[in-house]
Design a protein around this ligand. Structure first.
Ligand SMILES: Cc1cc2nc3c(=O)[nH]c(=O)nc-3n(C[C@H](O)[C@H](O)[C@H](O)COP(=O)(O)O)c2cc1C
Length: 202
C-alpha cells in the first residue's frame, strides 16, 4: 500500500499552502484509492526545539543511550519513521520573512539526525532517506520570486529546502508556488497557478 505524508506548517486558517497540499492529497487519493494519507501538522502540534540534552542524545551511539536519552529522541524517531514509511511527501510551506515558517524549521531540526537521516565520512556527507521517494514543496508567498523574477534572490525558502531536504536524501524534490498572495488583484491567479503546478506533480 502506498503512503502519502502531508506536512502542514502554516498558522493561518485560510492557508494557501494548506489549500495546495489538500488539492494534492485529494488527487493523490484518486490515483491511489487504497493508499494511506498521514497528516503531520507542525503548527497545530509543534515540534520541540532541539536542546542541549537532545544534541547529547543524538550524538550518543544508540546502543549506549540512557532511557532518558531514548525518551528525548522519541519525538524525532516518530517523525523520521513517518518519513521512512512514506512513498510521497508533500510539504506545505508558507514564506515567512523570506524563509520558512518557524514551526517547519523546528520540525526540520528534529528530522536531520546524524546516523539516522544523514551520515558523514571521508567522502563527505550522505543522505540516508531513500532518494527514490518523491518530495513536493507547496510554497505560498506574498510576493513573486519564481521564474525570471528580478527579486528571485530574496527567496530563501527554495534554496534552503533544496539544501536541507537533499542533505537527508530527498533529492527527488519538486516545487509548486502560489505567489502574489499579498497582492489583492493577483492573489487568485497566483493560487490557481500554484494549484495547477502541484496537481501536475501528483
Ligand atoms: C509572519 C509573516 C511573514 C511573511 N513574510 C513574507 C515574506 O517575507 N515575503 C513574502 O513574499 N510574503 C511574506 N508573507 C506572506 C505569506 O507568505 C503569504 O500570506 C502566504 O500565503 C503564506 O502562506 P499560507 O497562506 O499557507 O499561510 C508573510 C506572512 C506572514 C504572516
Amino acid at each position: 500500500m502506498s503512503t502519502l505524508l502531508v506536512i502542514e506548517s502554516s498558522p493561518r486558517a485560510a492557508s494557501i499552502s494548506k489549500a495546495l497540499t489538500h488539492k494534492f492529497a485529494a488527487e493523490w487519493q484518486q490515483k491511489n484509492p487504497g493508499g494511506q494519507i498521514v497528516i503531520r501538522n507542525v503548527f497545530a502540534s509543534p515540534a520541540s526545539f532541539v536542546t542541549d540534552a537532545w544534541i547529547a542524545a543524538a550524538y550518543t551511539p544508540a546502543d549506549v543511550r540512557t532511557p532518558e536519552q531514548v525518551q528525548i529522541l522519541k519525538e524525532s524517531d516518530d517523525y523520521i519513521a513517518e518519513l521512512v514509511a512514506a512513498d510521497t511527501i508533500v510539504i506545505g510551506a508558507p514564506m515567512h520573512n523570506f524563509g520558512i515558517s518557524a514551526p517547519l524549521k523546528a520540525y526540520i531540526d528534529q528530522i536531520v539526525r546524524v546516523g539516522v537521516t544523514f551520515t558523514y565520512g571521508p567522502d563527505g556527507y550522505k543522505g540516508l532517506l531513500d532518494g527514490k521517494k518523491k518530495a513536493i514543496v507547496a510554497a505560498a508567498r506574498g510576493g513573486a520570486y519564481s521564474g525570471d523574477s528580478p527579486v528571485a534572490f530574496l527567496d530563501q525558502q527554495t534554496p534552503y529546502l533544496k539544501l536541507v531536504l537533499g542533505f537527508i536524501g530527498l533529492t527527488d524534490l519538486h516545487f509548486a508556488y502560489a505567489e502574489n498572495q499579498s497582492r489583492l488583484e493577483l492573489a487568485e491567479a497566483g493560487e490557481k497557478a500554484g494549484v495547477a503546478q502541484v496537481l501536475a506533480l501528483v
